[in-house]
Design a protein around this ligand. Structure first.
Ligand code: PLP
Length: 457
């Protein structure tokens, strides 16, 4: 028997969920154009669409909301957040933003010139969008193992140093404004990066005078994997692991909606004084004053408290092991999933699950739709639809990974809910041949997965 840690919290407030018949769910899915993003949340039983902003805040965070200082400038909650970000992330400066993409927008505008190359360990949708909107080209330098859902590797998010060196040789360090180092790698399945790899990437970048900016969105989950899997970190606290990780970079973008445990918020952090000065100039155009970015005072307070709670071992151990609990059940039943299970989600391998469909029949989109119809469980496509089109050729990107993401919100669901999800996925797997493919009826020009509509083939 595997051991999974019980919830390290008591439940103080509850939200009742609605149950619907299969016929009602089928009608809701047709109305949503077979896109789980377009379902009404009320019509969802267990919502595993995303762990973004869906965290249950603690009693302390809610108490913090009551001491929001909504002054236009110089809010005490900003001063608190500023101090906490510096203490836990170790960077010299920060500006708050409304969420992660706000920070990505600022960083991309400040650092990227047309013709630049931005290497990264697999793309993320909004990150790549901002890089490309500023004339840059994203280049994937993740290790090959990350593209194979069946390969076990403890640090599948690692950067391949040979690929990074090859880009430096081909384009020259001058055309690489920074390396975007994501910890963990969302689209690879929440896979972590080892400390050793960060150290090596940092050494190589230093040699060529290239900056490193972390996508730190899921950095606490990454720190937990380092503690569990990497030699020499067993007795190091999550807080100290996080600080060491961040010490290998020049700054980070952060979505507070993930590992900072709030419903909205984010920040851009950096060490460079000039970059900080320019960030403060730019943040007023897109977000707000440098002392609130896009956030209310109360939200900054909740985020400051959330950051402190996020490095608590009992919290993060339960969070990551609960995800693994779901993965272990599916694996035991023979359902094809990305291995090993990552930090925030279990990813179904839709290519293998629906092997009778080709990628242009949008297997992951179809699987997500049918999982909802069968069970009321909402998931998300992470495959050809999310990957979008190449901006030069107009052709679909065809990612190797065609996945459905079952993302577990932080502190929201119990192990019993995970059992319900596992049973639903297994039941669907047993009648997988009945699932047909989909085609677009409406395709938005950018970040199409959010609003696209489909119909069955
Ligand atoms: C969610 C996420 C982002 C974007 O953050 P938002 O707060 O949604 O704008 C960037 N990178 C990763 C890895 C993410 O998971």
């Amino acid at each position: 028997m595997n051991h999974y840690p019980a919830e390290p919290f008591r439940i103080k407030v509850v939200e009742m969920m609605k149950t619907m018949s299969k016929e009602e769910r089928e009608a809701a899915m047709i109305e949503a154009g077979y896109n789980t993003f377009l379902l009404k949340s009320e019509d969802v039983y267990i919502d595993l669409l995303t762990d973004s902003g869906t965290t249950a805040m603690s009693d302390r965070q809610w108490a913090g909301m009551m001491i929001g200082d909504e002054a236009y400038a110089g809010s005490r909650n900003f001063l608190h957040l500023d101090a906490v970000v510096k203490e836990y992330y170790g960077f010299k400066h920060m500006v708050p933003t409304h969420q992660g993409r706000g920070a990505e927008n600022l960083l991309s505008r400040l650092k990227i010139k047309p013709g630049d190359i931005i290497p990264g360990n697999m793309y993320f949708t909004t990150t790549r969008y901002h890089q490309e909107a500023n004339g840059g080209t994203f280049k994937d330098i993740i290790i090959d193992e990350a593209h194979d859902p069946s390969v076990d590797h403890p640090f599948k998010g690692n950067i391949d140093l040979t690929k990074l060196q090859a880009l430096i040789d081909e384009y020259g360090a001058d055309r690489i404004p920074y390396v975007c180092l994501a910890v963990t790698v969302n689209l690879a399945g929440g896979q972590p990066v080892s400390m050793q790899n960060m150290r090596e990437v940092s050494a190589l970048c230093k040699k060529h005078n290239i900056d490193i900016f972390f996508d730190a969105t899921r950095c606490v989950e990454n720190a937990y994997f380092i503690k569990k899997r990497e030699e020499g970190y067993k007795h190091t606290s999550i807080k100290d692991i996080l600080l060491e990780m961040m010490s290998y970079g020049d700054g980070c973008t952060m979505s507070g909606k993930k590992d900072c445990m709030v419903n909205i918020g984010g920040f851009l952090a950096m060490n460079d004084d000039t970059l900080f000065a320019r960030s403060k100039e730019l943040v007023v155009v897109f977000e707000g004053m440098p002392s609130y970015g896009g956030m209310a005072g109360r939200d900054m307070e909740a985020m400051a408290i959330g950051i402190k709670e996020s490095v608590d071992y009992a919290y993060i151990a339960h969070r990551v092991e609960q995800v693994k609990y779901l993965g272990d059940q599916l694996e035991a039943a023979g359902v094809p999933i990305v291995r090993p299970v990552g930090g925030h989600a279990v990813f179904l391998d839709a290519r293998a699950f629906l092997s009778h469909l080709s990628q242009d029949q949008l297997p992951a989109q179809a699987l997500a739709a049918h999982l909802y119809i069968e069970s009321g469980v909402r998931s998300m496509e992470r495959g050809i639809v999310s990957a979008g089109r190449n901006k030069e050729t107009g052709k679909n990107h065809s990612p190797k990974l065609e996945l459905v993401r079952l993302t577990i919100p932080r502190r929201v669901y119990t192990y019993a809910h995970m059992d319900v999800v596992a049973d639903a996925v297994i039941a669907l797997y047993n009648k997988r041949e009945s699932i047909t493919g989909l085609e677009f009826v409406y395709e938005p020009p950018m970040l199409r997965f959010f609003n696209a509509r489909f119909k069955p083939l």
